[in-house]
Design a protein around this ligand. Structure first.
Ligand SMILES: C[S@@+](CC[C@H](N)C(=O)[O-])C[C@H]1O[C@@H](n2cnc3c(N)ncnc32)[C@H](O)[C@@H]1O
Ligand code: SF4
Length: 417
C-alpha cells in the first residue's frame, strides 16, 4: 500500500483507522431511507477474454449463463423483499462482462426488478461491438432498455490489434444505430495507449459522434497487476498533455463534460453507473453502497450460485463506515462528476461541507484545483488532471488489490487498506 494513499486517507478521515473489509455480513440490507439510489446488475460472461480487462468475467457457456441468471433473479427477489412496497430508484445499469449475451433473459430480469423498484431515469446496458445486430438491439429495446454503451476502445485498427480485439466498422455501426434508436448511445474509448496521439483520439471522437453516439467515455489505460496485459503505460507528462488536448477539443465543440471521462453533445444524453449517492448491486462482484455500509459480492460464479441456493446473500466483504470515511467516499465519487455541491453534501450528512473540510477546500482553491460559485465547487483543468492522477493511484492501490484477492478467493477473511 502506497505511503501517499495511506497518508491521504489518514489526513482526510482524521483517523489512523484503516478501511477494513471483513467477511461478516448483514442478512438484511437496510435501504428504505436511501435517496438517489441506483441499481446495478452484473453478468460476467464474454465470448472472448481480453488480456487488459480487470472485470469479473469468464468465458461464455450458455448453460452456465442460464443457471447464473436463475440465481440472479432469486437474489433480486431476496433483496427486493427486504423493503415494504416499491422503492424509487434513479436507474438500472446492466454491466459485465458482456450482458447482452443474455439477451433472451434481460426482460425477465427487468420484470423481477420492477416488482420492487420504480425506475425513473431509464435502463442502460453495456454492449460489445459484436452485439450490434438488428434483432438483438430490437429485442433489447422492446425489453425496456433506453440507453446503450458500446465498448469501441478505438476505431483505429492499430490499437484494436494492440488490445487484441477485432476491428470495428464505423459505417455498419452507423447504419444499425440509425435503424434502432436509443435515448443515449455512449461509446467507450481507451486512451494513453503506446504512441497514441491527439490526432488519433480526435479521429475517434469525431467518428463516434458522426456514427450515432451522443455521449462518449474516454478512459485512461490502466495496467492492472493481475491481468496478462503486456501493454506499456504512457508517461505522466505525455498523458496529461493528451488529456488536456482532448478536454479542450471537446469544449471547443461545445460538448458537455458530465464526468471526468465523459462528454455528451446534448443535455439529455447521460450515462454513468458511478455517480449515485447509493446503489444496490446484484450478481457476482457487484457492489452495494448504503448510508453507512459498502459491500461486495463474491467473484466466483459457482459460489454465488451456492449461496443463493441456500437463500443467503452472496456478500463476500463488508465495511461499516465511520462518518468521516463515508464522507471521503462520498466526496471521491461525487468529484468524479467534476463538481461538488455543498448543499447536496449538507442534505446528505446534515452538516456543512466547509465545517468538515474547510481547510482542504481552501488549499484546493489556492493551488488552482477548484473554483467556487454559490456553494458549488468545480474542478479546473489542472484539478481534473490531478483527480485523474489520484484516481489512477487509488485504482492501483485499492481496487487492484481487492479485485486481485477476490479473483483468487471467493470469500476472503478480511482486507485492510
Ligand atoms: C465491461 S467493459 C465494456 C463492454 C464490453 N464487454 C466490451 O468489451 O465491449 C467496460 C469498459 O471498460 C474499459 N476498460 C476495460 N479494461 C480497461 C483498462 N485496463 N483500462 C482502462 N479501461 C478499461 C473499456 O473501455 C470497456 O469498454
Ligand atoms: S473488455 Fe469486455 S469483452 Fe473484453 S473481457 Fe472485458 S468485459 Fe469481456
Amino acid at each position: 500500500m502506497s505511503i501517499i494513499t495511506t497518508a491521504t486517507r489518514m489526513w482526510l478521515t482524521k483517523s489512523v483507522k484503516p478501511f477494513t473489509f471483513t467477511n461478516t455480513y448483514d442478512e438484511k440490507l437496510k435501504y428504505d431511507n436511501e435517496q438517489n439510489m441506483g441499481l446495478y446488475v452484473h453478468i460476467p460472461f464474454c465470448k472472448q477474454i481480453c488480456d487488459f480487462c480487470p472485470y469479473c468475467k469468464e468465458l461464455y457457456n450458455a448453460e452456465k449463463c442460464d443457471e447464473y441468471i436463475d440465481s440472479l433473479i432469486r437474489e433480486i427477489h431476496l433483496v427486493g423483499n427486504m423493503h415494504k412496497g416499491k422503492k424509487q430508484v434513479t436507474s438500472l445499469y446492466f454491466g459485465g462482462g458482456s450482458p447482452a449475451l443474455a439477451v433472451d433473459r434481460i426482460q425477465e430480469i427487468i420484470c423481477a426488478i420492477e416488482l420492487y423498484f420504480d425506475i425513473t431515469e431509464g435502463i442502460c446496458i453495456e454492449l460489445h461491438p459484436s452485439d450490434l445486430e438488428l434483432s438483438k438491439l430490437e429485442r433489447l429495446k422492446s425489453s425496456g432498455i433506453t440507453k446503450i454503451s458500446i465498448g469501441i476502445q478505438s476505431f483505429n485498427k492499430k490499437f484494436q490489434f494492440l488490445l487484441g480485439r477485432c476491428a470495428v466498422n464505423a459505417e455498419s455501426i452507423s447504419k444499425i444505430l440509425n435503424e434502432v434508436k436509443f435515448e443515449t448511445v455512449s461509446m467507450d474509448f481507451i486512451f494513453a495507449l503506446p504512441n497514441q496521439t491527439f490526432e488519433d483520439l480526435k479521429e475517434d471522437i469525431n467518428t463516434a459522434f458522426t456514427c450515432g453516439a451522443n455521449h462518449i467515455a474516454i478512459y485512461p489505460f490502466i495496467d492492472f497487476t493481475f491481468t496478462k496485459s503486456k501493454i506499456k503505460t504512457m508517461a505522466k507528462k505525455q498523458k496529461r498533455k493528451l488529456l488536456d488536448l482532448i478536454t479542450e477539443y471537446c469544449y471547443s465543440k461545445e460538448y458537455r463534460r458530465d464526468s471526468i471521462w465523459t462528454f455528451s453533445n446534448n443535455e439529455t444524453a447521460k450515462y454513468s453507473s458511478m455517480t449515485r449517492d447509493n446503489f444496490l448491486g446484484f450478481g457476482c462482484s457487484a457492489t452495494t453502497l448504503l448510508n453507512d455500509t459498502f459491500k461486495i459480492n463474491t467473484f466466483s460464479v459457482e459460489e454465488y450460485i451456492k449461496r443463493i441456493t441456500k437463500h443467503t446473500l452472496p456478500t463476500a466483504l463488508t465495511i461499516k463506515f465511520t462518518l468521516r470515511q463515508r464522507m471521503i467516499y462520498y466526496l471521491f465519487w461525487t468529484a468524479y462528476s467534476t463538481k461538488i455541491d455543498s448543499f447536496e453534501f449538507e442534505k446528505f450528512f446534515d452538516t456543512s461541507l466547509k465545517k468538515m473540510y474547510g481547510l482542504e477546500l481552501f488549499l484546493a482553491k489556492l493551488f488552482g484545483f477548484i473554483t467556487e460559485k454559490e456553494g458549488v465547487y468545480s474542478m479546473t483543468l489542472k484539478g481534473a488532471f490531478y483527480y485523474h492522477y489520484y484516481e489512477n493511484f487509488y485504482t492501483l492501490s485499492y481496487i487492484d488489490k481487492m479485485w486481485g484477492v477476490m479473483r483468487k478467493n471467493a470469500f476472503p477473511h478480511n482486507i485492510r487498506f
